[in-house]
Design a protein around this ligand. Structure first.
Ligand SMILES: *Cc1c(COP(=O)(O)O)cnc(C)c1O
Length: 393
C-alpha cells in the first residue's frame, strides 16, 4: 500500500520511535509481535465478535436527506456516535486490550486529556477484568469531572499528573514513566494514531473497520463503494485514519481532514496543526506540531476537548505533505452552528469534535450528484454543558 508505514516505522519523513532508552524493550516487544497477533485466527474472531456484539457494529451509514438538501449533494453520515460509549475510540481500545492479552499482560495504563480515551480504556478493562490505571492532568480532572467519575465507576484508578501545566502532556510523561518501571506485566494503550511506531499503524488498523464498512454500505446504498468525498475531524487523527484507510489508494476519492481553528487560525488560540505546525518530535514520533521558534510546544486551544492537541499523527503529517488529504479547518463558532444545525435537520446532536467535520461542508461547492460521507465520530451527550453555555439555539 502506497501510503503505509515502512519497515522502519516511517511515513515519508514522519514517524519513527523517539523514545527514552529505558522504554525500548517494551516498544520493541510490541513492534515485533503486533502484526502476527493481528493476523491470528483467534484474535480476529474475538475482535470481530466484540465489535459486533459489544460495540454494536456495523454502525449505520445514514443518508441524511435534509442535510443533503442544505448542502446540495448526497450526504451520508457514518454513525460512529452509535458505538457503545458514544464514539469511535472504543474500536481501538478493544483491539489493544486483546493485543495486551496475547502478549500476556495483566495491567493496563493509559493517559487521557478530556477523559474520552480514559473512559474507553476503563470500559474494556472492566470487560476483560484487567487492572486499569489512567493518568490525567490535575487541571483536566477538574475540567472533566463526569469522565473522571465514569472511569471510577468502571473500576479504574485515576492518577492526577501534578507537574508542568497539569494537562495531557504531563499525563503522558507520567504514563511513560509508569511503563518504564513496569515493563513486563503492563501494556500502555495509546488513544490515537500518535506515539512511537508501531502505535500509529496499529491504531489505524483497528479504526480501519470504519472505511471497510463504508465501502460495503455505499455499494449497497448507491451501487458504488467509492464516495466523491470523505470528511473527518482530526485531533490526533484516529477517526480520520479509520474513515480514510480503505480509500487511500483510490485517488479519485477526495479525503478531507478538518482541524480545529478555535478562535481563528491566527488568533493565538487554535489547534490548526497543519496550518501552523512545523516538524518536531511529540509523544514519541516525528510529526507536525505547533511550536515556538525555539521548539517549545504551544498550548493548543479548541472548544472541543478532543481536538485540543498540539500535533497530528505522523501518517496524517505525511498525507498532508504529499497532498493526498486536503486539510481545512473550522472555528469554534462554525462548529457550534453546524452541530446545532444537525440537531435541527436530522435529530442528531453530534459531539463538538464531529461538528467540525460538518462545518467544513460549507467550504465546498459540490456537484448535485456528489456522494459525500461525513464520519460522525461521536455523540453530543458529553458536550451538553458546552452547548448550553454557547446558548444560541
Ligand atoms: C477523541 C475524539 C476525537 C479526536 O480524536 P481522533 O484521534 O482525531 O479521532 C474526535 N471525535 C470524538 C467524538 C472524540 O471523542
Amino acid at each position: 500500500m502506497k501510503y503505509a508505514v515502512d519497515n522502519r516505522g516511517y511515513y515519508g519523513r514522519f514517524g519513527g520511535a523517539y523514545i527514552p532508552e529505558m522504554l525500548y524493550p517494551n516498544v520493541e516487544e510490541l513492534r515485533t509481535r503486533y502484526l502476527d497477533i493481528l493476523q491470528q485466527e483467534d484474535f480476529r474472531r474475538e475482535f470481530d465478535d466484540l465489535l459486533r456484539n459489544y460495540v454494536g457494529r456495523p454502525t449505520p451509514l445514514y443518508h441524511a436527506k435534509r442535510l443533503s438538501e442544505a448542502c446540495n449533494a448526497h450526504v451520508y453520515l457514518k454513525r460512529e456516535d452509535l458505538c457503545h460509549t458514544g464514539a469511535h475510540k472504543v474500536n481501538n481500545t478493544i483491539g489493544q486490550i486483546l493485543v495486551a492479552k496475547h502478549l500476556g499482560k495483566q495491567k493496563i495504563i493509559a493517559e487521557t486529556g478530556a477523559g474520552q480515551h480514559g473512559v474507553a480504556t476503563a470500559t474494556v478493562c472492566a470487560l476483560m477484568g484487567m487492572e486499569c490505571i489512567v493518568y490525567m492532568g490535575e487541571v483536566d480532572m477538574a475540567r472533566q469531572r463526569p469522565n473522571v467519575e465514569r472511569m471510577r465507576i468502571l473500576g479504574a484508578t485515576v492518577v492526577p499528573a501534578t507537574s508542568g501545566s497539569k494537562t495531557l502532556k504531563d499525563a503522558t510523561n507520567e504514563a511513560m514513566r509508569h511503563w518504564i518501571n513496569n515493563p513486563t506485566d503492563t501494556h500502555y494503550i495509546i488513544g490515537s494514531v500518535v506515539g512511537p511506531h508501531p502505535y500509529p499503524d496499529m491504531v489505524a488498523r483497528f479504526q480501519s473497520v470504519i472505511s471497510e464498512e463504508m465501502r460495503k454500505q455505499l455499494e449497497e446504498a448507491v451501487g458504488n463503494p467509492f464516495p466523491d468525498y470523505v470528511f473527518a475531524c482530526v485531533g490526533g487523527g484516529s477517526n480520520a485514519a479509520g474513515a480514510f484507510y480503505h480509500y487511500l489508494n483510490d485517488e479519485h476519492v477526495n479525503l478531507v481532514a478538518v482541524e480545529a481553528a478555535g478562535h481563528g487560525i491566527h488568533s493565538g488560540e487554535s489547534a490548526a496543526t497543519t496550518a501552523l505546525g512545523k516538524p518536531g518530535v511529540l509523544h514519541g514520533s516525528k510529526t507536525l506540531l505547533m511550536q515556538t521558534e525555539d521548539g517549545q510546544v504551544i498550548e493548543p486551544y479548541s472548544i472541543s476537548a478532543g481536538l485540543d492537541y498540539p500535533g497530528i499523527g505522523p501518517m496524517h503529517a505525511h498525507l498532508f505533505d504529499v497532498g493526498r488529504v486536503k486539510f481545512v479547518s473550522a472555528t469554534d463558532d462554525e462548529a457550534m452552528k453546524a452541530g446545532i444545525e444537525l440537531g435541527r435537520l436530522e435529530g442528531i446532536i453530534p459531539a463538538i469534535e464531529s461538528a467540525h467535520a460538518l462545518a467544513a461542508l460549507k467550504q465546498f461547492e459540490f456537484a448535485s450528484d456528489d456522494v459525500v460521507v461525513v464520519n460522525l465520530s461521536g455523540r453530543g451527550d458529553k458536550d451538553l454543558e458546552t452547548y448550553i453555555r454557547w446558548g444560541k439555539y
